[in-house]
Design a protein around this ligand. Structure first.
Ligand code: FKS
Ligand code: ZN
Length: 675
């Protein structure tokens, strides 16, 4: 199952023909540099190239009015003067004799992408298109957009393929007001957008871009706006909004198809966005969406005006669609105050619509509406001196030679696509000594020793990036855990995130120096563990409450993992009765975004049934969709919310409000919370 890439040079064949400072950034080179970067990096060759087609009038009329279409249809025959005149009735857009043709191709490219994904020809894909679409409205062009490509694609998917729920994620830095208007009262399309807003002072300056515009009538709750009231938002700000708002809502909604308005003007160096997120963040945003809808994801290019950053960001997105592990994200020092305020407002505005947000905090006490500045009331801020921003080019993303290696006892078949791991090299005597002294004191089994040495050899290959992921079935899971952790954490500058799922006892691992962070999902607290680096997540009904578990993974584990930034993830499945395969696969798939994709799964030898599903997730297959999530147990939502609040003094990515948290280094407080 591959990745589609749709591109046609024809869409570079229109441009601004007169002087207009508002439109001069929208140039044909946006498309050529993006495509060239994909070709030069070898990414284009790895994709399935799908041709464009023109959207039909019927397709376009699903979203636009006949009058508008008739108007645009005349533009190829207009004189320059007529074109200028026609353009004047709209805002920040230009027409050209060839733009109608290109707009039909851009919308048609979106439809081709939907066809390729929905028929199973490919798993996912990206379309590089001009003109963009998300601003265009039923009867109006706007912001460089002529036809609303993504809206046309969503309507088409619903009609042609009977898709019940579509998620549209608009990570462009501008608000796609055209998409919002189109689906405002439609509960089958969930629209999410973050956008530069600055209390309505930023284009398109609309009141309806604010956080409290949540949709109308039946569609109430299905429009999620996160307005940025300051510029310079960074990777942490974006990830926080994904973990604490978009993903919980998206999993609860459970789309059959994900469409992305993939604009890259939200990245560093962009003259329009003035944000500071680095291109590699798009690898993570993409990855985090890839386990929704069974992996059916279509990304459509929207904005992006810094050509260097645009090309890098497009490559990051396509790399991830192809399944290459994402680079470890840099600089995750927590969201800024203004981002937290936006997140807080949006979460509280949606609290009544989504069970996962039921316990979100009230609106901020400082009334944000008083900050709404009426247009023109304040002086324009002085123009920034155009400083040249520099950021490091994202590192080359080399996929390891071997994707998934397995260490299985005799008699267990190696799952398709995996490689049975055999360590060719003998372990050095020092390691053998350490193992026998520390771990194998009482057991005198050469079997155990050979399994442990295989595990160590496997971890070493993962550290060298020769192997991406691993899976081992072991007799003594505690011993295997201790062995891997001791070994991995002994390397300087390496951190191990240990995620334990199960009712079993977690051995005492050295969590004192911060080189190991243990997050333990279970249903009861253990008394013997303490400290900042052991985090128990105790859900009332353990893993049988799918919603509660998933929400804890999204809102606790992911932000913790991102902030901790491990070099290795050790995912341990102990006796985990009630945990269904789909949930386990979601967990496994999501964790692959950390540690450059290096995840080692340990499972009890007795429990062989999950081997196949685990292997499939480690190989990068999307997890199956879980169905719309029911409301989690109210106690669990409250518990997770509380735990997050307590831990947020130590872990900045857990914050969901700008209000200060009481410092709580003593997280043992959490033991009392279920009482
Ligand atoms: C110049 C003001 C320009 C118009 C911005 C339009 C943004 C378009 C876009 C799209 F994705 F549609 F291309 N104002 N200083 O990036 O959202
Ligand atoms: Zn934009």
């Amino acid at each position: 199952m591959g990745t589609a890439l749709i591109y046609d040079e024809e869409m570079t064949k229109y441009k601004l023909l007169w002087v207009d400072p508002a439109c001069k950034i929208e140039v044909p080179e946006r498309l050529t540099v993006s495509h060239e970067a994909l070709v030069e990096s070898g990414l284009a060759d790895r994709c399935v190239s799908v041709p464009v087609r023109e959207a039909t009038e019927a397709d376009i009329l699903q979203v636009h009015s006949e009058e508008y279409l008739e108007g645009v249809k005349k533009t190829p025959y207009m004189t320059l003067e007529d074109l200028k005149e026609f353009t004047l009735q709209y805002g920040d857009v230009y027409f050209h004799p060839n733009i109608y043709h290109c707009a039909k191709l851009a919308a048609g490219a979106a439809l081709q992408l939907v066809d390729s994904v929905m028929t199973g020809k490919v798993r996912n894909g990206m379309a590089l298109v001009r003109p963009p679409g998300h601003h265009s409205m039923r009867s109006a062009a706007s912001g460089f957009c002529v036809f609303n490509n993504v809206a046309i694609a969503a309507q088409y998917a619903k009609q042609k393929y009977g898709v019940k729920r579509v998620l549209i994620v608009d990570w462009d830095v501008h608000h796609g007001q055209g998409v919002q208007h189109c689906f405002e009262d439609d509960p089958s399309v969930l629209y999410f957008s973050w956008h530069r807003y600055e209390h309505q002072k930023f284009w398109p300056n609309l009141r309806e871009s604010d956080f409290d515009c949540v949709g109308k009538e039946k569609g109430a709750g299905f429009n999620v706006n996160v307005p940025w009231n300051e510029v310079k938002m960074q990777n942490s700000d974006y990830l926080s909004v994904f973990c604490h708002l978009l993903l919980p809502v998206a999993y609860e909604f459970c789309p059959d198809l994900v469409l992305v308005c993939a604009g890259f003007d939200s990245a560093i160096g962009d003259p329009e966005g003035e944000m500071c997120a680095t291109p590699d963040i798009f690898a993570h945003l993409t990855h985090l969406l890839m386990n929704l809808a069974g992996g059916k994801l279509c990304a459509l290019l929207e904005g992006g005006y810094n050509l260097t950053c645009l090309a890098q960001s497009v490559c990051q997105t396509v790399h991830t669609l192809l399944g290459d592990p994402a680079p470890r994200p840099a600089d995750l020092h927590g969201p800024c105050k203004s981002a937290l305020e936006s997140l807080h407002c949006a979460r509280s505005a949606h609290r009544q619509y989504w069970a996962c947000l039921k316990h979100a905090a009230d609106l901020p006490t400082s009334d944000i509406s008083t900050k709404r500045i009426r247009l023109g009331e304040e002086d324009e801020k002085p123009l920034d001196t155009e400083e040249e921003l520099v950021w490091p080019e994202p590192p080359k993303r080399l996929a390891p030679a071997l994707r998934t290696a397995v260490v299985l006892p005799g008699g267990v078949a190696c799952p398709d696509g995996c490689n049975q791991f055999s360590s060719s090299e003998e372990l050095d005597p020092v390691t053998v000594n350490k193992l026998t002294e520390n771990l194998l004191k009482d057991v005198d089994e050469s079997d155990a020793l050979s399994i442990l040495s295989s595990l160590i050899a496997l971890v070493e290959k993962m550290e060298k990036n020769e192997i991406c992921t691993g899976l081992a079935l072991v007799q003594d899971i505690s011993m295997a855990m201790m062995c891997v952790v001791q070994h991995a954490a002994s390397a300087p500058d390496n951190r191990v995130l240990v995620v334990c799922v199960g009712y079993g006892e977690v051995p005492l691992l050295d969590t004192i120096n911060g080189k190991t962070l243990v997050v333990h999902f279970s249903n009861k607290e253990s008394e013997k563990h303490k400290g900042r680096y052991y985090i128990p997540v105790c859900l009332k009904k353990g893993f049988s409450d799918t919603s509660g578990f998933i929400q804890a993974v999204l809102g606790l584990l992911l932000p913790l993992g991102y902030e901790y930034d491990p070099g290795l993830v050790l995912l341990v499945r102990m006796s985990a009765g009630g945990l269904c395969d789909g949930v386990w696969q979601q967990l496994t798939g999501l964790l692959l975004g950390l540690a450059h994709g290096h995840t080692l799964v340990l499972m009890q030898d007795g429990e062989r049934a999950p081997v196949g599903p685990t292997a499939s997730s480690l190989l990068g297959d999307p997890a199956p969709s879980l169905g719309p999530l029911l409301a989690p147990l109210p106690e669990d939502v409250a518990y997770v919310e509380n735990l997050r609040h307590m831990l947020s003094a130590d872990w900045k990515l857990l914050q969901t409000t700008g209000e200060s948290t009481t410092a709580s280094s003593d997280i043992n407080m959490t033991h009392k919370m279920h009482a």
